[in-house]
Design a protein. Structure first.
Length: 319
């Protein structure tokens, strides 16, 4: 059953990567537009999850488990989502596209290592080697299509925070799936997307305050790259088409979260998130080449081969 769930997740990853890439080409390159867009599709995902939760509650209200532990796991994932989003935006504003992708993917190490202590899960040396092989493949895929700027210690701290925050989001999903036996996944999704959109909305208001100060003082900023704090000359408006595609993205993200959370009690975190996150990296490269005419150089092709091989080997040695 878990492999059926993962197949659905990877199928929705294709939709997610396509819509994300398509919208990224039309979104103004600044944090305000990005946060507005992200909050919108998270709110819609929360509404969608609430609809499913409402139906399940009407059918059998006794099956719903709602306590502080459930809220705690959802808060954990939502905080990781929020911090990861903000730090990724900052890193992107500095041109660190390659490392943001790599460190975000490496976040799977957090639930993996934690599960060794919490759930006494053990992985063979070969499985660890396959995970390392996958990370090398992910690096080659991302580095094959982007260049990064001069590296510094401050950026290293930001990237480590991205790794930890992405890992905390995965850990919250894992702990809910493992510890709340019979827990309602739709309720978890409502809380996760609800808290996530709330935290990001607060961040949006704070950044918008600084943006208004820039407008008041007539401060002009550089519009060539990604702007963390936009200036008076920056475009922060979203077109209607962006909102429409954001709705479809919300559906894909909701389905992904539902099935990933359902799979957490059935599969080791290192295998689950290597496939889910690794598949996302690989799918992103393929979607870019197939639909957006992004060229795959030798580095990217080698990375794809290593990534796919490692995921297949991880699955085979998990049987």
């Amino acid at each position: 059953m878990e492999w059926i769930y993962l197949s659905v997740v990877l199928l929705m990853r294709i939709v997610q990567r396509f819509l994300s890439k398509y919208n990224s080409l039309s979104l103004p390159k600044n944090s305000i537009s990005y946060l507005k867009y992200t909050v919108f599709y998270l709110v819609f995902a929360a509404i969608l999850a609430f609809g499913f939760f409402g139906i399940e509650y009407i059918i059998d209200p006794k099956q719903i488990i709602f306590n502080f532990e459930v809220v705690g796991y959802a808060l954990m994932s939502a905080l990781g989502l929020t911090i990861g989003c903000l730090c990724s935006q900052y890193a992107l504003s500095k041109g660190e596209i390659v490392l943001v992708s790599l460190f975000g993917t490496a976040g799977l190490l957090v639930p993996t290592i934690t599960s060794i202590f919490l759930y006494d899960e053990k992985l063979s040396i070969l499985q660890w080697l396959f995970v390392a092989l996958f990370l090398v493949g992910a690096y080659l895929i991302t580095s094959g299509s982007s260049k990064r700027n001069k590296f510094n210690f401050k950026m290293l701290i930001i990237l480590i925070i991205i790794l930890l925050s992405e890992g905390i989001t995965m850990l919250g999903q894992t702990m809910f799936g493992r510890n709340i036996v019979g827990g309602n996944v739709s309720l978890f999704s409502v809380l996760l997307f609800g808290f996530g959109s709330l935290f990001l909305a607060i961040a949006y208001l704070i950044i918008y305050t600084f943006y208004n100060k820039n407008k008041k003082n007539n401060i002009i900023t550089n519009t060539e790259g990604f702007e963390f704090i936009p200036g008076v000359n920056s475009n922060v408006k979203l077109v209607k088409q962006t909102y429409i595609f954001a709705i479809f993205l919300a559906v894909a993200v909701f389905i992904i979260n539902q099935f990933v959370t359902l799979t957490t009690p059935l599969m080791s975190p290192v295998i689950l998130f290597a496939i889910v996150n690794g598949g996302n990296t690989i799918i992103g490269a393929i979607v870019g080449a197939a639909f957006f005419k992004e060229k795959l150089n030798i580095s990217s092709i080698i990375g794809l081969v290593l990534g796919l091989s490692s995921l297949i080997l991880i699955k085979l040695f998990a049987l």
